[in-house]
Design a protein around this ligand. Structure first.
Ligand code: PLP
Length: 228
């Protein structure tokens, strides 16, 4: 199991380096968040020895259960839709929330963060593909949300997050990443972009991604060969 994990990670990291070289980017500045949703704790723990620091989960309850069995000091990222009634628990677990998709949620996080004396790093999730079933702010909402959360002292906006559509249409995928990059240019050039998953991270890197959220490519073949 561990060997397969190591191979998968090596392959992904090498690929990231190659793409960065080709596009004159510094691969040291790219952060890989390994997405561990549905992956059992004993497999997750192996990642510490493989030099992984950042892990992503998309459900508060699943993450909470899992983390009870993980003593290694990972940095946990919330990447899925967050209901306001789960904010309190979420802030006990996660250092960064990638999925702030409404003004109401931003304000709830700010309020809870203030209560517990924290500053929380967040990304605004933007629905740049325009798919109806997707979470995320509509691009035209972003400006007013930004204005309204300016007074929120306990959240720190690190950047923008998006999810590309599940499609083989590379140009559609690329256009959703480009749209996020253009929003960064418009609002704050220092922001980071959280975009790119197993199937589309090369395109995301080409379009300016700083943080990749990769799950299935890391765990491919790992659970199947987990013989005890
Ligand atoms: C599951 C998930 C990922 C990782 O997807 P893979 O295809 O497994 O790499 C990234 N971001 C979000 C928001 C997810 O829910």
């Amino acid at each position: 199991m561990k060997e397969r994990l190591r191979e998968n990670l090596d392959r992904i990291r090498t690929h990231i380096r190659h793409i960065c070289e080709k596009h004159h980017r510094n691969s040291q500045e790219i952060r890989l968040v390994v997405v561990t949703k549905t992956i059992p704790a004993e497999v997750v723990r192996e990642l510490m020895a493989l030099d992984v620091q950042d892990l992503g989960e998309n459900r508060v309850q699943e993450a909470k259960e899992k983390i009870r069995h993980i003593k290694e000091p990972f940095c946990w990222h919330m990447i899925g839709h967050l209901q306001t009634n789960k904010v309190k628990t979420a802030l006990e677990i996660f250092s960064t929330i990638h999925s702030v998709d409404s003004l109401k949620l931003a304000q709830a996080i700010n309020q809870q963060a203030e209560k517990v004396g924290k500053k929380v790093d967040v990304f605004l999730e933007v629905n740049t593909s325009g798919e109806e079933a997707k979470w995320g702010l509509r691009p035209e909402e972003v400006e007013s949300v930004l204005n309204q959360i300016e007074s929120c002292q306990n959240i720190r906006i690190l950047g923008l997050m998006t999810m590309a559509p599940l499609t083989d249409d590379a140009e559609w995928i690329r256009s959703t990443f480009k749209a996020l990059h253009n929003m960064r240019l418009k609002y704050n050039s220092r922001w980071k972009l959280s975009m790119g998953m197993s199937h589309d991270y090369p395109l995301a890197l080409e379009e300016g991604a700083d943080i990749l959220r990769i799950g299935s490519a890391v765990f491919e073949g790992v659970l199947e060969t987990n013989e005890k």
